[in-house]
Design a protein around this ligand. Structure first.
Ligand code: FAD
Ligand code: FES
Length: 288
């Protein structure tokens, strides 16, 4: 150790613990419970798809929130916030021009380079479209790197659908490009207008045309959805190492210090939130 540096004078990497202040450029309702926020950071975030940030408001608190935009070179960060409690409710009441604290990016994210040449199947449930969009955007911008792309996206009712216009744009792209497929589902229509399918995200998997040997799967949604989707994928011949799941756990520090996010001995904030399924399939608490 350098003689001038004793343990008591070691300053931790300020980026880990010190929020940067981000200005709200846009805050728009997406559904009854979710709002979309576009934030301007002091510098580019430099994230990978599937990573998360810790968002904070002074005097209220801090929470892990998925990054919802693909990697970008400007200072913009996009997130979707569900009104779930004290902090998220407070954020829903903020206006453009006000500020939020941002730490991160944290976590593993999706390893897009490792999937080059394969068919990417994304299975999404509800709010899972927020993190999955950070993957879909760069994939659609670099389709030549993949043999194909399929999105199966479900939510409970038409009123809960997120990124409506953008998903329809992806659907239009699919109409002119045989490498792209987009399947939208709701559990029930609740008598609202709906131009997609009705059913669970597992239903299309029975008959989906796919080459199991050349397919990689990314999933974002509730753990109960993962259990049933994984059963279907295995029935179609896919192995655990081809399946990637985004797991949410209670988090406090986001940097491997507090233990709040542990799945058995695995720290979700550092190794996750994206895991290749063979890494966690044997852990009893993984899909709870
Ligand atoms: C990696 C990761 C990414 C996330 N991404 C998003 C996102 O993109 N958008 C979004 O809206 N939310 C996301 N969440 C969930 C979000 O962090 C919680 O909803 C938030 O912490 C609630 O904070 P609060 O102060 O508003 O609510 P609190 O007052 O702390 O809690 C309100 C309710 O939410 C429950 N809760 C708290 N944390 C979680 C959690 N991690 N999972 C499930 N329930 C929880 C509490 O038990 C309580 O019932 C993510 C969580 C993780 C771990
Ligand atoms: S959130 Fe603190 S160790 Fe993971």
């Amino acid at each position: 150790m350098n003689a001038s540096v004793t343990p008591s004078t070691v300053v931790p990497d300020a980026d880990l613990y010190l929020p940067r202040m981000a200005r709200i450029l846009e805050i728009l309702p997406m559904s009854a419970r979710e709002k979309f926020l576009r934030l301007e950071l002091p510098a580019p975030l430099g994230h990978r798809p599937g990573q998360f940030v810790m968002l904070s408001c002074l005097g209220i608190g801090e929470a892990p929130i998925s990054i919802s935009c693909g990697p970008r070179t400007d200072n913009i960060l996009e997130v979707v916030i569900r009104d779930a409690g004290s902090l998220t409710h407070h954020i829903h009441g903020l206006k453009p021009g006000q500020y939020l604290g941002v730490r991160g990016p944290f976590g593993s994210g999706f390893d897009l380079e490792a999937w080059s040449g394969q068919h990417l199947l994304c299975v999404v449930g509800g709010l899972g479209l927020a993190p999955m969009r950070s993957l879909i955007q760069p994939v659609l911008a670099n389709l030549e790197s993949f043999s194909g792309f399929t999105l199966i996206s479900g939510c409970r009712t038409p009123a809960e659908e997120l990124y409506r216009e953008e998903v329809r744009g992806w659907e239009q792209l699919a109409q002119g490009n045989s490498k792209v497929r987009v399947i939208r589902l709701v559990d029930r229509t609740d008598n609202q207008p709906w131009d997609g399918r009705v059913g669970l995200v597992t239903a299309p998997l029975h008959t989906l045309e796919m080459d199991p040997a050349n397919t990689v799967v990314a999933m974002c949604g509730p753990p109960v959805m993962y259990k049933f989707v994984i059963l279907e994928l295995k029935a179609r011949g896919l192995g655990d190492a081809q399946i990637h799941v985004d797991l949410e756990r209670r988090m406090k520090c986001g940097v491997g210090k507090c233990g709040h996010c542990q799945i058995n001995h695995v720290y979700c904030c550092q190794e996750g939130p994206v895991f290749r399924f063979d890494r966690i399939a044997h852990l009893a608490e993984a899909l709870q």
